[in-house]
Design a protein around this ligand. Structure first.
Ligand SMILES: *Cc1c(COP(=O)(O)O)cnc(C)c1O
Length: 352
């Protein structure tokens, strides 16, 4: 039996449901069966670029950011890290997309509490799972210790930093402003995984959590989570679509040359592309920024209420303050409750 994951009483993970307008858009995508390849018919790509522009504005990213739809945050992280890989190549005078990853030598990817999909992406991209180096997090939290990160980037030389805006365990946020400050002083590609945390920008009470995100070189945001569009939908943003096209360009006589404004096919892993943007376009047209702010604020208010309720029950204990939409708690009288408190700080050790 399927779980009712789109229903109001579904409380597992941060997966989101679907709104009526998004569902209508998704159905129409099936009805029209669109393949969003520019040379077939530019309309789908125009709609996708318009939708990406609205999202960029919604998430407070600067105009230089270009983006495209992909299947989920894992794919979005993978694309961001592929562009980061090409950027490292540019600095070293090689092109990993052309010459292979071996041309790069060792690559260092630094992060506090990276999502598992980052590790998976590193394996996919030939950088290797071991390229990820866990930087210590602030004691008892999942956000990166910025002083430790500074030491690490100073020592590493050109590298990649994955900043986390909304961790899946406790909903913690790296200090993006401080990390943006480091980026001005040290040579690293800053990728921000804001799969669900990016939506904090919509809420006045939470927008501070993503302050500084505009400094990122690439950003991942999931749409099948908090935009509540059907699976699978996410957006990836980057300032360097030129490097992105170096990786994903699809040179084929029947599709025409890859020139100044790359076709979205030349920016994403897929060639044939479902017109995913349509569901998001419908949702954004129907509810706008205010409608989605309302969804986010209602959800965070529910999370806060649940957090308060948990705190009021003697047998339960919050493992982290409710910062956004995640309520992480345990049984206070579990025989291993003490251990679970230690493991909270120890999660760094366990994950490293
Ligand atoms: C959900 C999530 C991912 C992976 O997203 P998928 O859509 O499942 O591929 C990556 N990072 C974070 C922070 C997430 O919450």
């Amino acid at each position: 039996m399927f779980s009712a994951s789109a229903g109001p009483r579904y409380l597992g993970f941060v997966t989101g449901g679907t709104t009526p307008a998004a569902l209508a858009g998704d159905w129409m995508t099936g009805v029209w069966d669109q393949n969003s390849v520019g040379s077939l018919d530019g309309a789908g790509q125009s709609l996708e670029r318009e939708t990406v522009g609205w999202l960029r504005e919604m998430f407070g990213l600067p105009d230089e950011h270009r983006g495209a739809f992909v299947s989920g945050a894992t794919a979005s992280n993978m694309v961001g890290l592929a562009v980061a890989r090409e950027w490292l190549g540019e600095r070293a005078g090689v092109s990993p997309a052309r010459d292979g990853t071996g041309a790069l030598g060792d690559v260092r990817v630094l992060s506090g509490a990276a999502h598992s999909s980052v590790v998976k992406s590193l394996a996919t991209l030939g950088l290797g799972r071991r390229a990820l180096e866990r930087v210590p997090t602030v004691d008892g939290r999942e956000c990166v210790d910025v002083a430790a990160l500074e030491r690490a980037v100073r020592e590493a030389g050109p590298c990649v930093v994955v900043a986390n805006a909304g961790t899946v365990n406790t909903g913690d946020f790296d200090d993006l402003r401080a990390i943006a400050g480091l980026r001005e002083r040290y040579p690293f590609w800053l990728h921000v995984d804001a799969a669900f945390g990016g939506f904090a920008a919509l809420s006045r009470a939470h927008a501070h959590l993503v302050e500084g995100i505009g400094a990122a070189d690439s950003v991942c945001v999931d749409l099948h989570k908090w935009l509540n569009v059907p699976y699978g939908s996410a957006v990836q943003f980057t300032r360097r679509p030129d490097l992105q096209a170096a990786v994903f360009r699809n040179d084929a006589a029947y599709l025409g040359p890859v020139d100044g404004t790359p076709d979205l096919v030349d920016l994403t892993p897929e060639n044939s592309r479902r017109l995913r943007a349509l569901a998001a376009w419908f949702a954004l047209r129907a509810y706008g920024r205010d409608g989605h702010r309302e969804i986010v604020e209602r959800c965070t208010a529910c999370a806060r209420a649940l957090g308060d309720a948990v705190e009021a029950v003697p047998g339960l204990r919050l493992l982290a303050p409710v910062r956004l939409n995640i309520v992480c708690f345990t049984l206070a009288d579990r025989p291993d409750a003490g251990r679970s408190r230690r493991s909270r700080t120890g999660c760094r050790a366990r994950r490293s």
